[in-house]
Design a protein. Structure first.
Length: 274
């Protein structure tokens, strides 16, 4: 392939054309290597900030007025759930690490070679006890059949104490067209359309924050009889899909290709000069 490219470059202008073609490839791959290096250091810093914020535990009185101030800080909330106004978001895989550390049930992709079990995230209004305020809580994930077959899951009726972090609503993919809800079941949401979510949960007048509830225990239970909804652990909240080692591997690959391209270009130029 390099031979044919060199021959074509030679026919089109000799060494100068070869230098232009292969030089641009070398510069391009070097630039990609620099970009991945920058992403590596950015991700390291982001993970550091995430760990520092997760170590902070605040009360409901410290909740910001809007989700624009969201971070990984944990908040301890006390209130009562309005289960009659709950909605379901999905189908989605379970929270990373909630059901297994690795494999299909881990909620993590394995290079695109495995698929997670599908289900729904349960989002329920929580009336805070100490404030006249309502927040929307992502209580966790339930399997698909629980919703379709109307299998009961844990819905506490008394006052509860939960710990969670502030989340933001998502933007739909350009491939997903409205509506956000299922035509057959208005409580089934395909993506987070905030105005419709607020209308369906009767929280339109509250401008509610979206809270992701965190599991009380940070260790993975060995019991396979899970209590649904299953919740993410603090160690996996805001977990990045691409970690620093992956960025480092990408950078190494691009720099390696750039270096190989420089050597190939030099050898081709030497051959064309002869």
């Amino acid at each position: 392939m390099a031979e044919s490219a060199a021959a074509a470059a030679a026919r089109g202008g000799g060494p100068k054309a070869t230098m232009a073609v292969f030089g641009s490839l070398c510069v391009g791959t070097f630039g990609l290597g620099c970009w991945q290096t920058s992403r590596y250091f950015d991700k390291v810093e982001m993970m550091k900030v995430r760990e520092e914020e997760l170590a902070i535990v605040a009360s409901s009185s410290d909740l910001p007025s809007s989700s624009s101030d969201s971070c990984f800080r944990r908040y301890e909330l006390r209130g009562t759930f309005r289960h009659e106004d709950e909605i379901w978001l999905g189908p989605r895989g379970p929270p990373p690490g909630a059901m297994a550390a690795d494999g299909p049930n881990s909620g993590r992709s394995s290079g695109g070679m495995s698929s997670s079990p599908q289900g729904y995230f349960v989002i329920t209004p929580l009336e805070l006890q100490q404030q006249k305020r309502v927040v929307l809580v992502n209580r966790g994930w339930v399997p698909l059949q629980h919703v379709k077959q109307k299998i009961a899951w844990n819905r506490p009726r008394n006052t509860v104490n939960i710990t969670g972090t502030i989340s933001s609503t998502e933007q739909p993919s350009k491939w997903i067209a409205p509506p956000a809800t299922s035509a057959k079941e208005p409580r089934h949401f395909i993506w987070m359309d905030r105005p419709i979510m607020e209308k369906q949960t009767n929280t339109e007048s509250h401008d509610p924050l979206l809270i992701t509830e965190i599991a009380a225990s940070s260790s993975l239970s060995q019991d396979t009889n899970f209590t649904f909804p299953v919740k993410p652990k603090s160690s996996t909240v805001g977990e990045y899909k691409v970690l620093p080692p992956t960025h480092a591997a990408y950078a190494f690959t691009w720099f390696g290709l750039s270096g190989a391209g420089v050597l190939m270009t030099r050898n081709l130029l030497n051959r064309l000069k002869k």
